[in-house]
Design a protein around this ligand. Structure first.
Ligand code: ADP
Ligand code: MG
Ligand code: MG
Length: 250
């Protein structure tokens, strides 16, 4: 589904990703772990097409398409969606309106018409219930005055409504209490499926007790220095990144 090959990325003249390769097959959940500043957020931002990143070498393909040739909207419409690490507030835009226009943009790109209003409301209410969110959230401006945990739930709500083929989630566990983390993890797990893949960026192993990944990659200094299964995350929790940082510098 997603193939990243020898990716080199520069931000403001500084090389951040230094030859990163990664393949995610349909149906797989991959976790990216690593110390602060390793380039984790940069990786998902570049795949999603955010501004400010210069790819100097390497390639990214998604279902055989050259991702680097696609605009940010085209990537979202093709089914690659990035949640917000620090979800932005959009004053004056109601949450429900954002969901509806994003969904219809994706449907339009697929040659489907707008979803009928009644069907849309039914879908949103079902997902809202799943995320244990109050319907009043739909009428509020996007993320305005939302608590940290509410923003994270809202981010997963967007994913559940839009059903991307590749969902990229950056630190969805930061700042969540244990109950909220379980709700968020349940939401992510409900996205799992044969034809859907998830790229999960996380600092801590704890989230991976609830969302068990197929593969764990350790990103240090712009490169993947180790890949393993869910057990690797537990080793990292016990031993930290220090040993791997040493190896990457050698
Ligand atoms: P991680 O998510 O692993 O903590 P990031 O991908 O956010 O790391 O950042 C990797 C490095 O790139 C850091 O040194 C960071 O300061 C730098 N960086 C990221 N974005 C920018 C930017 N917009 N301008 C300047 N430096 C940036
Ligand atoms: Mg290289
Ligand atoms: Mg980050």
């Amino acid at each position: 589904m997603l193939q990243v090959n020898d990716l080199h990325v520069t931000v403001e003249g500084k090389e951040i990703l230094k030859g990163l390769s990664l393949t995610i097959n349909a149906g797989e959940v991959h976790a990216i772990m690593g110390p602060n500043g390793a380039g984790k957020s940069t990786l998902s931002a570049v795949i999603a097409g955010k501004d400010g990143y210069e790819v100097t070498q390497g390639s990214i393909t998604f279902e055989g398409q050259d991702v680097l040739e696609m605009e940010i909207e085209e990537r979202a419409q093709a089914g690659m969606l990035l949640g917000f690490q620090y979800p932005v507030e959009i004053p004056g835009v109601k949450n429900i309106y954002l969901l509806k226009s994003a969904l219809n943009a994706i449907r339009q790109a697929r040659g489907e018409g707008e979803m009928p209003a009644s069907e849309f409301m039914k879908l949103v209410k079902e997902k809202l219930g799943f995320m244990k969110m109050d319907p009043s959230f739909l009428q509020r401006a996007v993320n305005e005055g939302f608590s940290g945990g509410e923003k994270k739930r809202n981010e997963i709500l967007q994913m559940l409504v839009l059903e991307p083929k590749l969902a990229m989630l950056d630190e969805i566990d930061s700042g969540l209490d244990i109950d909220a983390m379980k709700v968020v993890a349940d939401g992510v797990n409900s996205l799992r499926g044969q034809d859907r893949s998830i790229l999960l960026v996380t600092h801590y192993q704890r989230l991976l007790d609830y969302i068990v990944p197929d593969k764990v990659h350790v990103l240090v200094n712009g490169r993947i220095v180790k890949t393993g299964d869910a057990e690797l995350a537990k080793e990292l929790e016990a031993n930290g990144y220090e040993a791997l940082i040493g190896e990457s510098a050698a």
